[in-house]
Design a protein around this ligand. Structure first.
Ligand SMILES: NC(=O)c1ccc[n+]([C@@H]2O[C@H](COP(=O)([O-])OP(=O)(O)OC[C@H]3O[C@@H](n4cnc5c(N)ncnc54)[C@H](OP(=O)(O)O)[C@@H]3O)[C@@H](O)[C@H]2O)c1
Length: 328
């Protein structure tokens, strides 16, 4: 069977994403044929396109999508034709496609109360928010946390969920419009960060009576790291989990003995979804948060799948808020 999918042959700009007609094989043992209904756009897709996160080339693109099972391979009992499922990896990078063959072991059944677009907009970002808030640092009632890119895909889910957990949320954003959006989505104190000069640490100290926050969640990296370290309280936690502005600098660990002895970690989704059991437990926690209304998925941009290069341009230029989906 033929389908349409993006292929990438060399790292570079959005123009390196090539829309092609490709062959889809019949599903093998432990596999199903999926017809995608919605695909999640993640900033990390642009890192893989540019080579910041290396992957073998040529390759497909994307590791988050939702779809319907169209055929099952030999021996597959867990799923049947018509089931709705999603995934956040554990597959070849081929989410930017109309149809694909997928490994059953990495597929997550989608509950009835979450539609396909909301699922594609929240599976990867929401499971990331789940492990960051509930595990990497366990947010408690009364904590104050700092979330960068608070109006972004992961940021909006984190702010809403942390507020529901009883935390006070301080967030950074680049525009007043994003500040208003973040505020409507759980961020108590959005700070609009200027491109030049001091950014947010002074304001964070003011908002916390000089103490600093219990945890900083830093997905921006190069441009925010130094002030993130200056925003954390005594023996607080600083988590790096992204590099939107470039990699954070090397940390002089001995020097942190003179700056409040913070706990520092670089967290990756792969290290918090190490088995089907672990991934499903995190997905179930996310689904429960959505069902209770603690997390309201914000699908703010929709593009036709074949316009994925434009979606890449927009997320890289910081023109998006909330989540973005690609529709086949
Ligand atoms: N480690 C993990 O497990 C994991 C998993 C998923 C995502 N992530 C990370 O989480 C972050 C958010 O991912 P997302 O897909 O939801 O993206 P997103 O937050 O929707 O988009 C990225 C945002 O980062 C901010 N930003 C700051 N400096 C930037 C720069 N120089 N260039 C571009 N953007 C900049 C922008 O918000 P402002 O304009 O408001 O500054 C932009 O909207 C990314 O860094 C991603 O790599 C990590």
């Amino acid at each position: 069977m033929k389908t349409n999918a993006f292929r990438i042959y060399k790292n570079g700009g959005p123009g390196e994403l090539k829309w092609e007609t490709v062959e889809v094989p019949a599903p093998g043992r432990g596999e199903v044929l999926l017809r995608h209904t919605a695909i999640g756009l993640n900033l990390a897709d642009t890192y893989r396109r540019t080579g910041l996160y290396p992957m073998p080339l040529p390759n497909g693109m994307g590791n988050e999508a939702v779809g319907v099972v169209e055929a099952v391979g030999p021996g597959v009992r867990a799923l049947k034709v018509g089931d709705r499922v999603g995934y956040i990896g554990g597959q070849a990078f081929d989410a930017y496609s109309k149809r694909r063959v997928a490994k059953v072991a990495s597929l997550i059944p989608i509950p009835k109360y979450i539609d396909d677009r909301a699922a594609a907009a929240s599976l990867l970002k929401g499971i990331t928010a789940q492990y960051l808030l509930r595990d990497a640092y366990k947010v408690k009632r009364g904590d104050t946390i700092l979330v960068h890119a608070a109006a972004g895909g992961v940021g909006v889910i984190m702010c809403q969920w942390a507020k529901a957990l009883g935390a006070t949320v301080i967030g950074t954003v680049s525009t007043e419009e994003k500040a208003r959006f973040a505020k409507r989505n759980g961020c108590h104190h959005p700070i609009v960060v200027k491109r030049k000069g001091p950014k947010f640490a002074k304001k964070v100290r003011e908002l916390t009576n000089g103490d600093g926050v219990h945890c900083v969640y830093d997905s921006v990296g190069k441009e925010t790291w130094e002030e993130s370290m200056a925003s954390v309280r005594l023996r607080g936690t600083v988590i790096s989990f992204g590099s939107a502005s470039g990699k954070p600098p090397l940390v002089d660990i001995a020097a942190t003995g003179n700056t409040g002895s913070p706990f520092i970690a670089r967290c990756s989704l792969v290290n918090y979804t190490t088995s089907r059991k672990e991934t499903m437990a995190r997905a179930d926690d996310l689904f429960a948060a959505i069902k209770k209304g603690h997390v309201k998925v914000q699908v703010k941009q929709r593009y036709k799948l074949k316009d994925a290069p434009k979606a890449h341009r927009d997320i890289e230029a910081r023109r998006t808020t909330g989540s973005t989906v690609l529709i086949p």
